[in-house]
Design a protein around this ligand. Structure first.
Ligand SMILES: Nc1ncnc2c1ncn2[C@@H]1O[C@H](COP(=O)(O)OP(=O)(O)O)[C@@H](O)[C@H]1O
Ligand SMILES: [Mg+2]
Length: 434
C-alpha cells in the first residue's frame, strides 16, 4: 500500500505532498494539472520502473523529468511492504545519468499492483513474478521487471525479451478467454461474473458462443449476448464493453497468474493489492459511470477475497463522485483536488462533502462550474440575474433590455427550466409597478 508521496521540482506543481488513505483515493482536477502524472509516479514508487521504459508502445508513463534541471529534484515516498512495515525513501534526480537514485539491494514488496491507463493499456507488477530476491547468499535469477501492456497487447498478448529472446509472457484476452470458455471451469465463471458486475444490463447479459470473424481468420473469438443479439464477437462490442472486458481480463490474468506463480515458488499469495485507475469512467455511459466504482470493489472482492485493496482513481466524472457517496468512509477514504491558483498548480486534500445530485457536484469546488447548463444559457441567466437586481452595468452586449434577455432565454432554456418561475414572477412585479 502506498502511504505517502512528496514531489519537489518535478511535474506541474513546484511541490506536491500527499498522505494517501488506505482504501479509496479519488483524484480530481482540470485537464493537464497532473492526475495521470501523479499515477505514473505512484506506479514508479511502488515498482521502481517507468511504464514507458518497459513498453514503448504505451502512449503515456514516461520517466519523470525535473522541471528545473539546475535545482534539486526529489521524489519521496512511504509504503507498506509485505511484512506490513512502513518503509520510506527519498530519491533524487541525477542529471548526468538522466536517472533517479534507487535503494541498493532488493526492492520492497508492495503487493500486487494493477494500473489501468486511460488509453486502455495496463501495467501489472506481481510480487511473485517481478520481485527478485536472494535466498541465503544466492542471487535467484533476475525476473522480469514488470508487465506493461499497450491497449493492443491486452487483447493480442504481450511479448517481452527474456534472456534476449522475445517471449510471449501473456497470451492476451482473446486467446485466454477462449481457452477459459472451452475449459468451462472457474476462470470462465469468474470472467463472466466480473464482466457482468462491470457492465450493467441490458448492454451485456452473458458470454455467448465462440465465433469466427472470417474464413481467413482462424481465431475463435469469445462473444457476448446482448439484449438484441445471441452473439456479438467481443472485438465488435462497444468501446465501453471492451474497456470493461479489458479490465475484467487484466484483473483475472494478474490474479490467476499470481496464484500459479506463488504456488510454484512455494509461497503464500499476496494479501495487498493496489489498483491505480486513470480516468475510471473513460468510454462509459453515465449509467455505467454510476456503478463502476462499486463494480471494481465487487470484482476485487470476488477475485481477491483475502486481500486488502487500496484504490487510487483519477476522475472527471461527477457521476463517479455522486456514486461514491453511499460508500465513502472518511476513516478509510480521501478525495484530492488539483487546482491552479496564481499560475501555480497545487494538490490538496479536500473535505468530503456529499453533494447529492450531479449538478451539485458540477457546481461544487471540485468541478468549479457556475451551472450545469450550456454556456449560452449560463450567460443569459447571468444577464437575467443582473437585470433583476438592477445591475445594468453587468449586462453583456446584446442583452441590455428585458425583451432581449427574454428572447435569449426562450432560445436557450428548456421550457421546464427551473429558472423560468423567477424570471416570470420578476416580470409580473415589474408590470405591477409600472
Ligand atoms: N514525464 C514527465 N516528467 C515531468 N513532467 C511531466 C511528465 N509527464 C507529464 N508531466 C507534467 O504533467 C502535465 C500533464 O499532466 P497530466 O498528468 O497529463 O494531466 P491530467 O491527467 O490531470 O489531465 C504536463 O503538462 C507536465 O507538466
Ligand atoms: Mg490524464
Amino acid at each position: 500500500m502506498l502511504e505517502y508521496l512528496h514531489l519537489v521540482n518535478v511535474g506541474p506543481a513546484p511541490e506536491m505532498e500527499m498522505e494517501l488513505a488506505p482504501r479509496l483515493n479519488l483524484i480530481t482536477g482540470d485537464n493537464g494539472l497532473g492526475k495521470s502524472f501523479l499515477l505514473d509516479l505512484m506506479w514508479w514508487a511502488l515498482t521502481r520502473r517507468w511504464p514507458h521504459d518497459l513498453n514503448p508502445r504505451l502512449t503515456s508513463g514516461y520517466p519523470a523529468r525535473p522541471t528545473d534541471p539546475r535545482s534539486r529534484a526529489t521524489i519521496g515516498f512511504r509504503l507498506t511492504s509485505k511484512s506490513r512495515q512502513g518503509v520510506a525513501y527519498e530519491s533524487h534526480y541525477v542529471a548526468r545519468d538522466e536517472a533517479w537514485t534507487g535503494k541498493a539491494g532488493r526492492p520492497w514488496n508492495p503487493g500486487l499492483i494493477v494500473y489501468a491507463h486511460s488509453d486502455g493499456g495496463f501495467s501489472v507488477w506481481d510480487p511473485a513474478r517481478n520481485y527478485w530476491k536472494q535466498k541465503g547468499r544466492v542471487d535467484v535469477q533476475e525476473r522480469l521487471p514488470g508487465y506493461v501492456f499497450s491497449a493492443n497487447d491486452v487483447w493480442d498478448g504481450l511479448a517481452m525479451p527474456v534472456d534476449g529472446k522475445p517471449t510471449l509472457v501473456c497470451s492476451g484476452l482473446l486467446r485466454d478467454w477462449a481457452i477459459w470458455i472451452r475449459e468451462n471451469g472457474e476462470n470462465a465463471q469468474h470472467m463472466a461474473s466480473v464482466l457482468a458486475g462491470l457492465v450493467p444490463a441490458p448492454e451485456y447479459i452473458a458470454p455467448g458462443p465462440l465465433m469466427r470473424l472470417s474464413v481467413n481468420d482462424a481465431r475463435d473469438i469469445p462473444s457476448i449476448r446482448t439484449a438484441y443479439s445471441k452473439g456479438v464477437p467481443i472485438v465488435h462490442a462497444s468501446a465501453g464493453i471492451r474497456r470493461a472486458a479489458g479490465l475484467a481480463y487484466m484483473l483475472m490474468w494478474s490474479w490467476t497468474e499470481h496464484v500459479l506463480a506463488a504456488r510454484q515458488l512455494g509461497e503464500d499469495c499476496t494479501t495487498q493489492v493496489v489498483m491505480l485507475f486513470d480516468e475510471l469512467e473513460s468510454h462509459l455511459h453515465p449509467r455505467w459511470q454510476r456503478s463502476i466504482l462499486r463494480s471494481v470493489f465487487n470484482a476485487a472482492r470476488v477475485l481477491l477475497p483475502q486481500a486488502t485493496i487500496q484504490i487510487v482513481a483519477a476522475t472527471h466524472s461527477p457521476l463517479v463522485l455522486a456514486s461514491a457517496e453511499p460508500e465513502f468512509d472518511e476513516t478509510m477514504d480521501k478525495i484530492f483536488h488539483f487546482d491552479l491558483m496564481n499560475g501555480l498548480v497545487g494538490l490538496r486534500e479536500v473535505p468530503w462533502a456529499k453533494q447529492g445530485d450531479v449538478v451539485n457536484w458540477l457546481v461544487s469546488d471540485i468541478f468549479g462550474l457556475q451551472q450545469g447548463r450550456s454556456i449560452e444559457a449560463e450567460r443569459a441567466i447571468e444577464a437575467a440575474e443582473a437585470y433583476m437586481r438592477n445591475d445594468h452595468g453587468a449586462l453583456p452586449i446584446g442583452l441590455q433590455t428585458r425583451d432581449d434577455i427574454h428572447r435569449e432565454l426562450v432560445r436557450v432554456l428548456a421550457g421546464h427550466d427551473l429558472f423560468w418561475p423567477r424570471w416570470v414572477v420578476s416580470g409580473e412585479r415589474q408590470e405591477e409597478k409600472s
